[in-house]
Design a protein around this ligand. Structure first.
Ligand code: SF4
Length: 444
């Protein structure tokens, strides 16, 4: 409307959820931590609050997704069945920032599954969510998809399922068992550390799931872990090899006539990166050397296992992880580093053949930005973080409570077990309004 750039930004800043960086001033303490983060324009608020769709069915989905002429990575229909997660794993940013869990209705999903497959001609549909097993109508949805599409050459893919009798039954109906491998994400090698990260998965559940899967005909298992989690000890690291060994042993416990050749257990570990808006946002991150040392400890333990030949162990790039760690908890000063790295030739960094660590290291040096400040530094509980002006829903008090509980290895129930008053009740919808006990006001 002829108002110019400044007027546009001022009007934009008034829209809930919009952040205009230029409208905020930041001052720093001598040690480099933030002293204040304040608006310098009357149109900008103190905080920027996350905006979200509360009633998932109130907005339409895509009926006719674009179908490219070339082969693409996600060459299938993707149907989001719910948003958010009830689980509360303490390392998971998505699990916090997408709270609360909001489901689509079964009718809605049936309608869009049908429309999208018909309009695109794709021969695969993937159900997307952070934890599909928690979708309350999963059985009805999967049965509908199998009945409606299985005989018509449409594959159904179900990522992020918990391995139990129901999911094995579903998977055996929709996948070729001989070709597929089963995935478990224990994330940590010992029960103690799984309690620290609030991963509600016990060794018993993993081994039972593996046994049922082996009896049903699978013989390949993938296990995902993280190294460098807060409080991790050598025992936890070695637990990765021990748990993988136990999975392999479980295979050889089932009667010989039920087995299909040799078992193959592949364990992969990524390195832990603390993320904003998670209880681990206060955590120290490992150095590259520490990460590699830990991976070597795990590898050494794998070599001692009796079923060594059935086990494979691989781990992620440590340099890339350190960079990810800096960017994850970086502040405005890191912006200059990103520009300098680009000028030094850094491009397509996630593509390992293009990743140029030297371009980044030189950029940090030239800009005088110390890497340790963002990675290995211990943070105090009252530090002002660069992202504190964003209200993502979960309160800092809740995250602090969870950080303290993590240090004591105390597990917090999931949202359907008991509400932990994380702060997102104010959005007025989703799982928070299902009936259950609440810990609000109890100091928990
Ligand atoms: S308010 Fe309670 S039920 Fe809602 S997301 Fe937070 S912990 Fe879960």
């Amino acid at each position: 409307a002829g108002g110019g750039r400044q007027r546009f930004l001022e009007l934009a800043a008034e829209i809930p959820g919009i952040y205009v960086p230029a409208f905020y001033d930041v001052t720093y303490h001598e040690d480099g931590t933030i002293r204040s983060f304040t608006p310098n324009n009357p149109h900008a608020g103190e905080t920027v609050t996350k905006q979200l769709v509360v009633d998932m069915d109130s907005v339409g989905y895509i009926e006719k997704p674009l179908v490219p002429y070339i082969k693409v990575t996600q060459d299938r229909v993707v149907l989001e069945i719910q948003r958010g997660c009830i689980r509360g794993c303490r390392f998971c940013q998505a699990g916090d920032v997408y709270r609360p869990l909001r489901e689509h209705s079964l009718e809605y999903l049936k309608h869009y599954a049908y429309d999208m497959l018909k309009s695109t001609g794709h021969d695969e549909i993937s159900l997307s969510s952070l934890s599909s097993s928690d979708y309350s109508q999963l059985e009805g949805l999967v049965n509908f998809l199998i009945e409606e599409f299985k005989g018509k050459g449409v594959n159904i893919s179900l990522p992020s399922l918990r391995i139990d009798a129901f999911s094995l039954d579903v998977m055996s109906k929709v996948q070729d068992i001989k070709k597929s491998s089963l995935t478990f994400a224990p994330e940590a090698g010992s029960q103690r550390l799984r309690d620290v990260i609030n991963k509600g998965l016990t060794e018993e559940v993993i081994l039972n799931g593996a046994r049922q899967a082996f009896e049903a005909g699978w013989n390949r298992v993938k296990l995902y872990f993280m190294l460098g989690l807060p409080t991790e000890t050598v025992e936890d690291m070695e637990g990765i090899a021990l748990l993988s060994e136990k999975v392999a042993e479980t295979y050889y416990e089932i009667p010989k006539e039920q087995r299909h050749g040799k078992v193959q257990v592949t364990a992969s570990s990524s390195f832990f990166v603390p993320k904003p808006f998670t209880p681990f946002q206060w955590a120290r991150m490992c150095t590259k050397e520490e990460f590699l040392e830990r991976a070597n400890i795990v590898r050494g333990k794998f070599r001692q296992m009796l079923n060594f030949k059935s086990l494979k162990y691989n781990w992620h790039e440590a340099e890339l992880t350190v960079l990810e760690g800096i960017l994850a908890r970086g502040d405005r000063r890191v912006g200059a580093v990103i520009e300098a790295a680009y000028k030094n030739g850094a491009i397509y960094d996630s593509w390992s053949e293009y990743f140029n660590n030297d371009a980044w290291m030189k950029a940090f040096e030239d800009c005088g930005v110390p890497i340790d400040f963002y990675t290995t530094r211990e943070r105090s509980l009252d530090e002002v973080f660069p992202w504190d002006f964003i209200d993502a829903g979960v309160s800092k008090e809740f995250l602090k409570r969870e950080w303290k509980r993590a240090m004591e290895a105390v597990v917090t129930p999931n949202c359907r077990g008991k509400c932990s008053a994380c702060g997102v009740l104010k959005f007025g919808g989703g799982v928070c309004f299902e009936t259950r006990e609440t810990t609000e006001g109890t100091g928990l």
